[in-house]
Design a protein around this ligand. Structure first.
Ligand SMILES: [Zn+2]
Ligand SMILES: [Zn+2]
Length: 331
């Protein structure tokens, strides 16, 4: 292993609100893994929540980061389909492929799931390893920055697929963050008749081409409402916006319990569905990244050198009037 004696810079979560830059040994890829030299890693809304509340139970210390792209620099002995030098993006979810959910094809709901940045070290580091089957080569026309959106776009495709048949329907997307922004574009791609988006930041809303910007409280008679904001009151707003037989898709993590009016769900035959991770959407996501109409490159509003990571996190946390998705760029 050429790299076994060298160290790398990384961002390690050591406790609540304690993200620290540390030097760690460059990881060694296991038999079925590749070692990737990170080029771009994007900051996810969930990273900000994890730093603050650790709802997913990250065991400290852990290198964070689950949206990353880079170049393969070493392969485990069992990896045959990658060679050093290949530009790639990684999906953070590693299904066990042995449990009952994996066996019935729902690998994204794996009972023993492993996940970059949660129970294995992630990509806020100069190098990271990932199981080779969760990595994809990047076509030349996909930049490293765009490639880092592989998983965010894949999980947004899951929100579309959990909406059932979106074609010809009126869809309300509640939330103008990176996910709401991507979901609104994918709803148009899926041929929704109308896409309504609600949010607080004119800057973010303006980045989405071709949608109707609405106040969610005023929205009525929509077929599908997709919750892309983690505020409990938005759940009520979404339910009120649905027409009979309408469907609410819970995409964002609402952590506090929400009291639902089941009577209304009963009489209007409403449906409530969750959407989390993605059921085999990696390759469709790669396809989306290349589609000019989706203009996904404008999701990343800031590319900041890794050494200025504190500024990047501050921008992702508090810069909603000027930033959508913030990327860390490595040299
Ligand atoms: Zn993410
Ligand atoms: Zn499994």
């Amino acid at each position: 292993m050429a790299h076994s004696h060298s160290y790398m810079k990384s961002l390690q979560l050591q406790g609540l609100n304690k993200l620290v830059k540390v030097e760690l040994p460059i990881p060694v890829p296991g038999q079925d893994e590749v070692l990737i030299k990170t080029e771009v890693a994007t900051i996810c809304t969930s990273d900000l929540h994890d730093i603050k509340t650790n709802a997913f139970g990250i065991k400290y210390p852990r290198v964070m980061g689950h949206e990353g792209s880079g170049v393969v620099v070493a392969c485990g002995s069992g990896v045959t389909d990658y060679t050093p030098g290949t530009r790639v993006a990684a999906h953070p979810v590693v299904p066990c492929r042995a449990c009952s959910e994996c066996e019935r094809g729902l690998e994204h709901l794996c009972l023993h799931m492993s996940h970059l940045g949660i129970d294995r070290d992630g990509c806020f580091a100069e190098y990271f390893v990932q199981r080779a089957d969760r990595v994809r080569p990047l076509p030349d026309n996909i930049s490293f920055a765009l490639g880092a959106l592989l998983e965010p776009v894949a999980v947004c495709l899951e929100a579309i697929s959990r909406s059932n048949d979106i074609k010809g329907k009126t869809v309300l997307v509640a939330g103008d963050g990176p996910f709401g922004n991507i979901i609104a574009r994918l709803a148009q791609r899926a041929e929704a008749a109308r896409v309504l988006v609600s949010g607080r930041e004119p800057f973010r809303l303006k980045l989405i081409p071709g949608v109707e910007i609405v106040d969610a409280v005023q929205a009525k008679s929509v077929d599908i409402a997709i919750l892309a904001v983690s505020a409990a009151e938005a759940v009520y707003t979404c339910l009120q916006a649905l027409r009979p037989r309408g469907r609410l898709v819970i995409f964002s993590a609402v952590q506090e319990p929400v009291a639902l009016n089941l009577f209304n769900i009963h009489v209007s035959e409403l449906e409530v569905a969750g959407a989390c991770n993605d059921e085999n959407k990696i390759d469709e996501s790669l396809q989306c990244l290349t589609e000019e109409r989706l203009a996904l490159e404008n999701i990343i509003t800031h590319q900041i050198p890794f050494d200025r990571w504190e500024e990047a996190f501050e921008l992702a946390r508090n810069g909603h009037n000027k930033a959508l998705k913030v990327a860390l760029v490595f040299d």
